[in-house]
Design a protein around this ligand. Structure first.
Ligand code: PLP
Length: 432
């Protein structure tokens, strides 16, 4: 008979078995919302689920070439440890990909493969920051608050607004740059689906270079820029993706790119990500991840290398991927534009990139709704429309802004849900 351990203690707030940092780590807000949705779905309610930053494999399958190559690599026995910086073929494929698509030729020592982009972000924070060091990032943004907490770093938050497309300006960042060790930018941005303006990014990069020249003269550690552009191939409506390094080449020694196949190739569960940057930083990140063992599985690395080098296949996949994501974002945007034109207090930012749309339900203070979360709940219960408030991305104020993520829905589901949303907004306005 097996030893019955099923009644072992479950986690609790005042659990003394773990350290202080871990006790203070906040779980994902989105997972909490997802649990509520699961409950509704289990009761047979159909929900238009725009919460998860993920893809449903039914709506967005991974490229067949990638899928097939994973099988081929496993059959060929690619099952032992990969090198700690990634298999050579994949690092070379990423090197060619960046040269071909972004016009940036990095040395191989500047390319590190990991099990998705998350370990890359963790390793960047870990390699740059000591406890108490300052990390600056805009809010809303994705998970910087959690990484900063894990490192014991001092978060300095710059709150952005809709007028600047939720992107920080140099003027907003300026007061913090002289004390910061790490600045985290992301474009296209999760949660807003907006992209940084090239002029604004250039100004920020020039200022970082100037700051670092001064620090070098004083023998101080430089300010590092983490540029998370995991959604960079998903841009729409004529908005062009730009990189710090193409705009200001002198920033290259201080820049780490965060990237991977999770979003571009709808391959969130395949777990292949990479960092591209200066070897000085990348080699330290490799050492960190080597001890964590956060490598991408070897067969998936080999498969990704072969797939990335098939430029015809990747380009044709990306063309149809962009069109599918854009069709969903446009359907949502059109719907909210119609409601706005009809005088309802809603607005959406036209799709620019990623798989997200920013929508404001300007309903705080109406019909007893005092918070974004209360609006979210009402939309879920009455309209079966599931969205995530910007509070899940570090925003403190209840401004009525929400992230709508389209990777798990169809255009038909969106079209069917929009009239329910309109009816619910009208009910709220009528105070019912
Ligand atoms: C901006 C951003 N960076 C990184 C990641 C993590 O990607 P991965 O699934 O490859 O760890 C996400 C995932 O949602 C993201 O939105």
């Amino acid at each position: 008979m097996a030893l019955d351990l099923t009644s072992l203690p479950r986690p609790s707030r005042d659990d003394t078995t773990v350290g202080t940092m871990v006790r203070g780590l906040v779980g994902s807000e989105i997972l909490r919302i997802a649990a509520e949705i699961r409950e509704l779905v289990a009761k047979g309610t159909q929900v238009c689920n725009l919460t998860v930053g993920d893809f449903s494999p039914k709506e967005f399958p991974i490229p067949t070439g990638l899928r097939d190559q994973v099988g081929v690599a496993l059959q060929a026995g690619e099952t032992n440890y990969p090198p700690s910086d990634g298999v050579l073929e994949l690092r070379q494929a990423v090197q060619r990909f960046y040269e071909r698509a972004l016009g940036l030729k990095y040395p191989l020592e500047g390319i590190l493969i990991a099990g998705g982009a998350r370990p890359i972000i963790y390793a960047t924070y870990r390699a740059v920051l000591d406890p108490g060091d300052v990390v600056v990032y805009p809010v809303p943004s994705w998970n910087n608050n959690h990484y900063a907490h894990m490192l014991g770093a001092k978060s300095v938050v710059v709150t952005t607004d809709a007028d600047s497309g939720f992107m920080p300006t140099l003027a907003q960042l300026e007061p913090h740059l002289s004390t910061a060790r790490l600045l985290c930018l992301c474009s296209p941005l999760n949660p807003t689906g907006t992209m940084v303006d090239p002029g604004a990014l250039r100004a920020i990069c020039e200022r970082i270079v100037e700051e670092n020249r001064a620090r070098e003269g004083r023998g101080q550690k430089p300010l590092i820029l983490m540029y998370d552009h995991i959604y960079w191939v998903l841009s729409f409506g004529g908005t062009k993706h730009v990189t710090p390094v193409e705009l200001v080449p002198a920033i290259a020694p201080y820049t780490v790119f965060v990237d991977g196949i999770s979003k571009a190739f709808a391959a969130t569960g395949v777990r292949v990500g990479w960092a591209v940057g200066a070897p000085t930083l990348i080699s330290r990140m490799r050492d960190v991840l080597g001890h964590v063992g956060a490598w991408a599985p070897k067969a998936e690395q080999v498969a990704t290398a072969r797939y990335l080098d098939d430029t015809k296949a990747t380009e044709s996949f990306l063309t149809s991927m962009r069109a599918s994501v854009e069709a969903r974002l446009e359907a949502l945007h059109r719907g909210f534009q119609r409601m706005k034109d009809a005088g309802l207090p809603v607005r959406a930012i036209a799709p620019q990139g990623a798989i997200y749309l920013s929508v404001q339900f300007d309903l705080v203070g109406r019909d007893g709704l005092t918070t974004n979360d209360a609006i979210r709940k009402r939309l879920l219960e009455k309209a079966r429309f599931a969205v995530v408030p910007f509070q899940a991305f570090g925003l403190a104020e209840d401004t009525g802004w929400f992230r709508l993520s389209v990777g798990a829905t169809s255009v038909a589901e969106i079209e069917a849900a929009l009239p329910r949303v309109e009816a619910t907004v009208r009910e709220i306005l009528a105070g019912k």
